[in-house]
Ligand binder design. Structure first.
Ligand SMILES: [Zn+2]
Length: 152
């Protein structure tokens, strides 16, 4: 079955400019989308992304993360990934319980070192490549670092 491509006129929510989009669903569904979806023109999308990216970049620099290198599109994506990954660390940290103060101190040191590893990643591409990193992956790396500290 070949899918028809329909072109529709939609209006940008921000600047109200009319522009064309191609939709690939059934005609009824497309009309529904044209009507219900929030559409943004390329120009407004770009401005929105760069605003969001600048905000995230500022938040990250305040906690010691460097500005990222790469194309605007990649940096914008990487900043979002970085925010999500940092949230995962926070989540992990909050979920931990300790038997005693030594354990707690070791964990804090390991997290610090782990954080430093990430603070050295200045390429947007690195963050995009690691976007699927899970809380479990982070936990594993922190455990490895803890072992290294213990051996010292
Ligand atoms: Zn617009």
């Amino acid at each position: 079955m070949t899918k028809d491509i329909y072109t529709y006129d939609v209006r940008c929510r921000t600047c109200r400019t009319l522009f064309k989009v191609q939709l690939f669903e059934s005609h009824e569904k497309n009309l529904f989308l044209v009507d219900k979806k929030d559409w943004y023109c390329e120009k407004c999308k770009k401005e929105y992304f760069s605003e969001q990216t600048t905000k995230l970049s500022r938040v990250h620099q305040a906690i010691g993360f460097p500005e990222l290198n790469g194309s605007l599109k990649m940096v914008s994506w990487a900043e979002k990934v970085r925010a999500e990954l940092i949230n995962k660390i926070d989540y992990l940290k909050k979920s931990l319980t300790f038997e005693n103060d030594d354990e707690k101190e070791l964990s804090e040191k390991a997290f610090d070192m782990f954080f430093k590893e990430w603070q050295e990643k200045t390429e947007a591409k690195w963050w995009i490549d690691h976007r699927k990193m899970t809380v479990r992956n982070i936990s594993k790396r922190v455990a490895e670092i803890s072992e290294l500290i213990k051996k010292k």
